[in-house]
Design a protein around this ligand. Structure first.
Ligand SMILES: [Zn+2]
Ligand SMILES: [Zn+2]
Length: 345
């Protein structure tokens, strides 16, 4: 018999429909597969990765709902999900590893050959509801939703600094004082850095960096760099790029102290290139280190937030509603949006 079918519940979501094209659309609310949890999204951060996806520079097949930094409430669960129940306050690691490829077998899940990610290769959290596998879901206790949405980026920063960790008492240079740079500043301080210098082209984020523990906040200008060079003639044990600008990354090796590390953290365009002096790497024992996404660092990141060891509240420069996302993401991709924009539902 026809006609008795109930209309499937619908939701609003932001959809990237093509390169530099996106709009709010009505979409079906996802139905949980047996091992999935459906979250009602309460907060979702906009990330540089979302801007890269929008610009057609990063993974992504369209149409796609982006959004991989989020927190919310469990709305529905699949039949195999026993650990979570409707109403639970949670976040989720967006990175989905297969568990059986050779990289997964060697605990290198972030290189999974069958890598999937919520908001990158499948629909994400810039919508009222999002589906995630239960093994990716983490409880957030009493952490406010807008702060819990920082667990993902913080987990990436934790992973990067675990890989790059310099000796206690080191000097660290953070280049770029956006939300990621400011997380690096706070974590470097916790990891025992003596001096933490920050370079940025704008003065406002530099003032914020100072209040979050940076010791030297310097405008990234010829004069500023000159002054910083005089203060640290031997350079820094750890230099962290948080700009994702190839010409900036290219300029950073001279800032690395002999024996030190350059951590390439910001996401440069996939087809970019830069030149380095291989003799300098050889002669000065330099390490150039990458850091892709995160690896099992969600529990550490949420513990740091829950304990109040890392302060993310001042990093939120703008709160917006879903309706404002199309304009905001276009601005972001054009480089007009600084700091962390947080979508609240
Ligand atoms: Zn992100
Ligand atoms: Zn795998």
């Amino acid at each position: 018999m026809q006609g008795s079918s109930r209309r499937h519940p619908m939701m609003n979501g932001y959809v990237v429909t093509g390169v530099r094209q996106g709009e709010i659309r009505e979409l079906p609310v996802p139905v949980p597969k047996d091992d999935e949890v459906i979250l009602e999204v309460k907060a979702a951060g906009l990330c540089g990765t979302d801007a890269h996806i929008f610009a057609g520079e990063y993974f992504g097949e369209f149409p796609l709902v982006p959004g991989h930094e989020f927190a919310g409430v469990v709305w529905a669960v699949g039949k195999n999900v026993k650990r979570f129940h409707a109403g639970d306050r949670v976040t989720a690691d967006p990175n989905i590893a297969c568990g059986y490829c050779s990289f997964c077998q060697e605990s290198m899940e972030n290189f999974c050959e069958n890598f999937q990610a919520v908001g990158v290769t499948r629909h994400g959290a810039l919508a009222q509801y999002v589906a995630v596998p239960q093994q990716n879901v983490f409880p957030i206790g009493d952490i406010p939703f807008v702060e819990a949405a920082f667990i993902e980026p913080l987990a990436c920063v934790v992973y990067g600094q675990k890989r790059a960790r310099p000796p206690m008492g080191s000097n660290v240079l953070v280049v770029g004082a956006g939300a990621i740079g400011l997380l690096h500043v706070q974590l470097a301080k916790m990891n025992g850095a003596a001096a933490i210098a920050v370079l940025d082209t704008a003065s406002e984020p530099l003032a914020l960096a100072k209040s979050l523990g940076a010791t030297h906040c310097v405008e990234n200008s010829p004069e500023g760099r000159e002054a910083l060079g005089q203060e640290f003639p031997d350079g820094f044990q750890l230099v962290i790029d948080c700009t994702g600008i190839p010409s900036v990354v290219e300029s950073l090796l001279p800032w690395v102290r002999s024996g030190g590390t350059l951590l390439v953290f910001g996401v440069c365009p996939q087809d970019s290139s830069m030149s380095v002096n291989p003799y300098e790497i050889f002669r000065r024992d330099l390490t150039i280190l990458g850091s892709f996404a995160l690896k099992k660092t969600f529990p550490e990141a949420s513990a740091l937030l829950e304990a109040g060891s890392i302060d993310v509240k001042p990093l939120i420069t703008r709160r917006l509603t879903l309706d404002a996302v199309p304009a905001a993401l276009a601005d972001f991709a054009a480089g007009h949006l600084k700091g962390k924009s947080m979508v609240v539902f």
